[in-house]
Write a protein that binds this ligand. Structure first.
Ligand code: GLP
Length: 252
């Protein structure tokens, strides 16, 4: 793993945006894995500022989001679909047919599947097929939960896992509750698997702030454990970890 420590969240966002835009400059048809959460907001803001609607940097790009909540409409204010529109897709010139975000209702399988569970199963299987059809992901950006989750692969997730429906941990639901004003935080999500993430050619993990310092320190030990999902990244040969000083404070 390559470790990059920068001063603060602004510098982290600039560095991540630089890596993303650098990749698109050299590979305009890149396939990207994209995260949500607070951490990548600054990266998206910079990318939008530099690219904007008139620049073609995203025109030929294909994107796969890491995850989406189960049981809410894409238009729900707390959905990751809404997040991606607000932070990136509405502000760059991207072909919407090349945007992929799991549908947490599995809507398009309604006619073919008898139950909700069957719809979701088909949605997950189809997501993997779409990634394979795109020829795999070139560059995946990741945030990390305080418990080491990547995407929504919570502790205990197999390193061989693929796109599937998972139960969210209480701590993750609590951490993400602010996006659900009515208090109805979803209990499940669709996430791409750890194996799916590891098949990405390159990976950039971002962590910012004090509350990530313990997870970062654990990641740095190179211990491999399904109890700490991000540890799977140490088996990959092209991972860059970008940290601000606060997230790096427990590193020696
Ligand atoms: C969420 C997302 C993850 C994200 C993580 C960290 O649950 N599903 O993809 O990396 O939590 O979020 P944040 O950046 O807000 O700390």
């Amino acid at each position: 793993m390559k470790w990059v420590v920068v001063d603060d969240y602004d510098a982290l966002s600039s560095e991540a945006a630089r890596l993303l835009l650098g990749r698109l400059a050299g590979q305009p048809e890149a396939v990207l894995g994209l995260p949500t959460g607070r951490t990548p907001e600054g990266m998206y803001a910079r990318v939008v500022k530099i690219c904007g609607k008139s620049d073609p940097c995203f025109r030929r790009v294909t994107t796969f989001n890491l995850d989406e909540y189960v049981g809410i409409q894409a238009s729900h204010p707390g959905s990751y679909f809404t997040y991606m529109k607000q932070h990136l897709f509405d502000h760059v010139d991207i072909d919407t047919r090349r945007i992929h975000i799991p549908d947490g209702l599995g809507t398009r399988w309604a006619r073919k599947a008898d139950s909700v569970e069957e719809r979701l199963k088909r949605e997950c299987a189809d997501y993997e097929v779409s990634i394979a059809a795109a020829g795999s992901i070139d560059l995946t950006f990741l945030g990390m939960g305080q418990n080491g989750h990547i995407g929504f692969n919570e502790p205990g997730a197999s390193f061989e896992s693929r796109t599937r429906v998972i139960e969210l941990s209480e701590s993750t639901r609590h951490a993400n509750a602010e996006h659900f004003a009515d208090g109805n935080v979803p209990t499940r999500a669709i996430t791409i698997g750890i194996a799916t993430i590891l098949e990405s050619h390159s990976i950039v993990l971002m962590a910012s702030g004090d509350r990530k310092a313990e997870a970062v320190a654990r990641l740095a030990t190179s211990e491999l454990s399904t109890g700490f999902p991000a540890s799977a990244l140490s088996t990959h040969r092209d991972v860059t970890v970008i940290l601000d000083r606060k997230a790096a404070r427990l590193l020696t």
